[in-house]
Design a binder for this molecule. Structure first.
Ligand code: COA
Length: 184
């Protein structure tokens, strides 16, 4: 089961490039994972505003049609359930050192009922291969300042703190760290 759009990762897992027709499934998974991890940080109005902006079906479909980014789903090889997703593209974080050739992991989420089982690690290996398919380059990502688990996870792949910025969620303002992985 390997093609440019479907990549076998292990006997139990494959990655599948999400297409516009997958907008509803991606939106559902994105909302579930975001609310499970961060929902308690915001009031209902701020949360709804953000979820609509980032993960309405229209918004996700626009992202899936964007030629400068790609979304990959992590899938169970037996049940074909979606276990996670990642959005990759050109780096667009507010950092002075970013150049047009740099890449970014814009979203990286694993099903909240399946975290801590090594799925993220297997997915990340694939995502890095994808981002570096045309050769070495610097990669970036943004991570919530209090998300110690994700920061530890990204550090294992060579990402290091390189700055910070303010990330709006409705009227709320989050402190977001910028992590950088220098081209080896
Ligand atoms: C951050 C995230 C993507 C990592 O994915 P994951 O599947 O949980 O990652 P892994 O299972 O590979 O690693 C997580 C931890 O589980 C441990 N682990 C991995 N396999 C394990 C296993 N079989 N048994 C026990 N522990 C295991 C890892 O050692 C790691 O430990 P750590 O917490 O000390 O770093 C995931 O937890 C997630 O989606 N979190 C919520 C959303 C989020 O924060 N996303 C990032 C936004 S910037």
């Amino acid at each position: 089961m390997t093609s440019p759009q479907v990549q076998r990762l292990t006997d139990a897992l494959y990655a599948r490039r999400a297409m516009p027709v997958d907008a509803e499934a991606v939106a559902r998974l994105a909302i579930e994972t975001f609310v499970a991890k961060f929902g308690h940080l915001y009031n209902m109005q701020d949360l709804q505003t953000y979820l609509h902006l980032a993960y309405s079906i229209d918004a996700v479909e626009r992202t899936l049609r964007d030629a400068d980014s790609e979304t990959w789903l992590l899938c169970d090889a037996v049940t074909h359930d979606n276990l996670g997703f990642a959005l990759l593209g050109k780096a667009s974080l507010p950092h002075a050192d970013i150049v047009p050739a740099d890449g970014e992991i814009k979203r990286f989420y694993v099903d909240p009922t399946r975290t801590g089982q090594g799925l993220g690690a297997q997915f990340m290996d694939f995502i890095l291969t994808r981002l570096l398919k045309d050769g070495p380059r610097t990669l970036w990502l943004g991570v919530y300042s209090d998300n110690d688990g994700a920061q530890r996870f990204y550090s294992r792949y060579g990402f290091e703190h390189a700055g910070e910025y303010i990330f709006p969620v409705g009227e709320a303002r989050d402190r977001e760290y910028i992590f950088k992985r220098v081209a080896p």
